[in-house]
Write a protein that binds this ligand. Structure first.
Ligand SMILES: C[S@@+](CC[C@H](N)C(=O)[O-])C[C@H]1O[C@@H](n2cnc3c(N)ncnc32)[C@H](O)[C@@H]1O
Length: 197
């Protein structure tokens, strides 16, 4: 939505029809017409090649297996123009949080500002294959607004570098936040910029 508001020619895909309907309804209320379609990041096929592909809000982590992670990265590369960029972000696996998974102390409020609040609790589904499940409760003005679970893969920096390499990327940078600060701690968000040279 922010891209459309700024007049940027953007195309969006999501695997969930509900999410697309929500976006269309919000856009309509603002007089905007989004170009979106139902698709899976692992295998969507579009005729266009793009100058930029962004994968916001840690969505890449929904690829739970190495096979799916590679499929997705290869598919993104197929849809990038020469010199085009892929930008995505996800958290560095936090050793301290992982140690407290499943304990009461892990029930932490991630956001509690403004109208909405978010409370999350995570536990391991499969420690060997680095898969966690997160129970999230979204509050609206103090009342439960949405409750659900989602599964994430944990991905380390060196692991993602190997994935990029295997998917055919030859040039990338990683930062420890959205302001280009260096990645120095496992408490930081990894922000990746890979170029299709
Ligand atoms: C954290 S939400 C981000 C929502 C929205 N795209 C945005 O930017 O505001 C993650 C989204 O990823 C979608 N998703 C999960 N697995 C996917 C897949 N394999 N391909 C495409 N979208 C997927 C979910 O349906 C969900 O809407």
């Amino acid at each position: 939505m922010e891209l459309l508001k700024d007049g940027i020619d953007a195309y969006g895909i999501d695997i969930s029809q509900c999410m697309l309907d929500e976006l269309r309804a919000k856009a309509k209320a603002m007089g905007l017409e989004p170009k979106v379609s139902l698709g899976d990041m692992r295998n969507f096929k579009l005729k266009d090649k793009f100058a930029l592909i962004i994968v916001p809000f840690r969505s890449f982590l929904y690829n739970l297996t190495t096979e799916d992670q590679l499929k997705t990265l290869k598919n993104f590369r197929r849809h990038l123009q020469k010199g085009g960029r892929l930008i995505l972000n996800f958290f560095y696996p936090d050793i301290e949080r992982m140690m407290s998974f499943g304990k009461e102390s892990e029930d932490l409020i991630v956001t509690d500002k403004g109208e909405y609040g978010l409370r999350e609790k995570s536990y391991f589904i499969d420690e060997i294959n680095q898969i966690i499940e997160t129970l999230a409760v979204v509050y609206k003005e103090g009342d439960v607004f949405w409750k659900g679970t989602y599964r994430y893969a944990l991905i380390y920096k060196r692991e993602f570098e190997l994935l990029l390499r295997l998917a055919g990327f030859k040039k990338w940078e990683v930062y420890g936040g959205f302001d280009y600060r260096p990645l120095t701690s496992y408490k930081q968000e990894m922000v990746w910029i890979a170029e299709n040279v």
